[in-house]
Design a protein around this ligand. Structure first.
Ligand code: ZN
Length: 345
């Protein structure tokens, strides 16, 4: 039963910016429910309440879309952790939980597929068959449970992204296809990021763009070029980390002594909520239609982004009122304030 919601993704994009929220895998890893390394979303079956709660937090923070946590819930990855038999149950339950929470508000549900690690451009024909079968089985369960559209994300290869797009279109659903950007200028099969987005749009992707890997500072310049090159909707879902020209992706971030911090020692590079609010405003000004966040994302960022876009969301009820802080608030004398803040470090 495709298209579970009366007002689908394309209607909403036509009316204005859609706010996305991802980063489920990283956040649930931080909370102790997913193992860093394989990053398989075992939480879906093992601790469904933990997943339900994070969906709810994103919903309260203003997310317009509940993305089913089926990222890496594909045959290849489940085999790696010895849970291949849980494949169907994990996929169905993830979509069911996303639906359950989406109904608590007015959110859409997105099915989610991603890079499979099975695609091999040197053995394109055979590997494409394997990839296609993985997408088909995941999305048949997702459509059966009820989704509004599909996000195919972190695509390293344009070739693999095109397979995802084809499978989504065969199901008659709107497709959002976004690329990973781990290399400086090109996909792993050698297409410039802007060209690759244009090819995806020309092949019928409704929304194209980039997700993961780059923080706002190094993703938005590419997104601006994508915006200029395509007439489809554009999505940006950066990671909330301070990437920069010399370290353009979060995989390349290093401390001053040269130590790699990806993926579990990234905290020193986190953006503030204010920086993510600025990003949301900049993305909107550039004409980005789907403004989201990826790995590292958390509810406080999403609320700040929602408010930057001029919205008041359920969690806004508890948005900061720093003027009431007993040590740095408005009622504290300026001199005293300096002393207290200095002293507390
Ligand atoms: Zn990510």
């Amino acid at each position: 039963m495709p298209g579970r919601s009366a007002r689908g993704i394309l209607d909403r994009l036509k009316a204005g910016v859609v706010l996305g929220a991802e980063g489920y895998v990283f956040e649930l890893e931080r909370r102790g429910y997913i193992k860093a390394g394989p990053y398989v979303p075992e939480v879906v079956l093992d601790f469904p309440d933990a997943l339900r709660e994070l969906h709810r937090e994103f919903l309260r923070a203003g997310a317009d879309v509940m993305v089913a946590l089926t990222y890496y819930a594909h045959r290849g990855k489940l085999k790696d952790v010895g849970r291949e038999n849980d494949l169907e149950a994990m996929n169905r339950q993830a979509v069911r939980i996303a639906n359950e929470v989406a109904r608590e508000g007015d959110a859409l549900v997105a099915g989610d597929i991603c890079n499979t690690w099975a695609y091999d451009p040197k053995d394109k024909e055979a590997s494409s068959r394997v990839v296609r079968a993985m997408y088909e089985e995941q999305l048949s369960w997702a459509t059966d449970e009820g989704i509004d559209f599909v996000i195919a994300e972190t695509n390293d290869y344009l070739g693999e992204a095109l397979i995802a797009l084809q499978v989504i279109k065969e199901l008659g659903l709107p497709a959002m296809v976004t690329l990973a950007t781990t290399r400086p200028h090109q996909t792993w099969d050698g297409y410039g990021y802007v060209d690759a987005c244009k090819i995806l749009a020309d092949h019928g992707a409704d929304i194209v763009g980039l997700n993961c890997d780059r923080g706002p500072a190094t993703m938005l310049p590419i997104i601006e070029q994508v915006r200029g090159a395509v007439s489809s909707y554009v999505a940006a879902q950066p990671v909330p980390y301070k990437t920069q020209a010399s370290m353009p992706t979060f995989e390349s971030l290093k401390t001053a002594d040269g130590t790699n911090v990806f993926p579990i020692a990234l905290e020193a590079f986190l953006c503030t909520r204010f920086e993510m609010a600025d990003y949301a405003r900049q993305a909107q000004a550039l004409g980005v239609n789907y403004v989201g966040i990826c790995c590292g994302g958390a509810p406080h960022y999403v609320r700040a982004m929602a408010e930057a876009l001029g919205r008041t969301v359920p969690a806004s009820r508890y948005s900061p009122a720093i003027e009431l802080h007993p040590m740095i608030g408005a009622r504290v004398e300026e001199k005293e304030k300096e002393f207290l803040v200095d002293w507390k470090g």
